[in-house]
Design a protein around this ligand. Structure first.
Ligand code: PLP
Length: 336
């Protein structure tokens, strides 16, 4: 068992309180009808930066030693925004490194918080290399988006809140990329109630944690464009924490297609009246595609963020095709 304890997550909760929002957990009547159990949505879209990554970023930045000159990170967008927000709150410099796959809306959001932005290469690995170079060259401290104990403990506070809000939750569906979120939420939830099922959900192409869990060790996958852009990127071949935590705490990992994510974003919009990114809709996508079996009680999923490119988003709402880099997702008008 990896050393991330409930005490770490409770401490994180005290550190981030006042900066990070305690988010609502609301019912989706439509998704409840779909799966035949209560279906709850944890609205991380209501965080000040529109995504849960603020939790881990604030916990990590607020725990840095006095005298830290500045921070840097690689990011698919939301971690960078969280780090930029946290660095501004602490009054230190932030340099966010991202690949050209990151949507412009996320780049703009980070600049608006006063952080410096470096766009490098076409993958998370390229962005990570630049971030590591900056640590050496400019004396900055790197904050991993998912493989850092403070980041993971911060994300784990979502698990505490869900179980306070609905102690009867039987299954938590967690959007899964680098595994900081799933590792933290899994550790919190399973420590409080070991019988809870924690299920990771990723897109079916470029799902690095899924491939790594199957291989029994961190492996590389090809990074491709997806409606769930926040779920792209590898887990790091030298992964220290999040791989083990996911191996210890995830009961299953389910993969969903681009078409299933598209439909789920429409359902969140038309039925739940919720604007969210593709990465946030994977829990609903798995439910709508009939990929959740053995449900035996209330289900919660985490609506992880709302930082979606509005042009692509309105295309989805309108049932139009969406082209992302080399792929086109064929549109369908929404109807029940
Ligand atoms: C980062 C992110 C995730 C995945 O979190 P990991 O800790 O990398 O697994 C899911 N949804 C959104 C919106 C994200 O920004």
């Amino acid at each position: 068992m990896t050393a991330l304890t409930l005490a770490d997550i409770l401490t994180a909760r005290r550190t981030i309180a006042g900066t990070v929002t305690y988010t609502p957990l609301i019912p989706s009547l439509f998704l409840a009808d779909t799966v035949g159990s209560d279906f709850l949505l944890k609205l991380e879209t209501t965080q000040p930066v529109g995504a849960f990554k603020l939790r881990g970023a604030v916990n990590a930045v607020f725990n840095l030693p006095a005298g830290t000159r500045g921070v840097t990170c690689c990011s698919t967008g939301n971690h960078g925004r969280g780090v930029a927000f946290a660095a501004r709150a602490r009054g230190i410099r932030a340099v966010i490194c991202m690949s050209s796959l990151v949507p412009q809306t996320k780049v703009d959001g980070i600049r608006a918080l006063g952080a410096e932005v470096r766009i490098v290469g076409r993958s998370q690995d390229d962005a990570l290399a630049e971030s590591q170079r900056l640590c050496e060259a400019e004396g900055l401290t790197e904050i991993s988006p998912f493989d850092d104990p403070y980041v993971i403990a911060g994300q784990g506070t979502i698990g505490l809140e869900i179980l306070e809000q609905r102690p009867d939750i039987a299954t938590i569906l967690v959007p899964l990329s680098g595994g900081g979120l799933a590792g933290g939420v899994g550790a919190a939830a399973k420590t409080i109630n070991p019988s809870i099922r924690v299920v990771g959900i990723s897109m079916d192409r470029g799902a690095a944690m899924h491939a790594s869990l199957a291989a029994g060790k961190p492996v590389e996958v090809e990074e491709v464009a997806s409606l769930a852009d926040s779920l792209g990127g590898g887990i790091g071949l030298d992964n220290k924490l999040s791989f083990q935590l996911c191996r210890d705490h995830l009961d299953d990992v389910i993969l969903v297609t681009e078409e299933e994510i598209y439909r789920a974003m429409q359902v969140h919009y038309y039925e739940d009246r919720l604007v969210c990114e593709g990465a946030s809709a994977v829990g609903a996508a798995a439910a709508l595609a009939g990929k959740l079996d053995g449900l035996d009680g209330p289900v919660a999923t985490i609506i992880t963020g709302r930082n979606v490119d509005m042009r692509a988003y309105t295309s989805i709402v309108n049932g139009a095709d969406v082209t992302l880099g080399a792929i086109t997702v064929t549109g369908t008008a929404y109807g029940r």
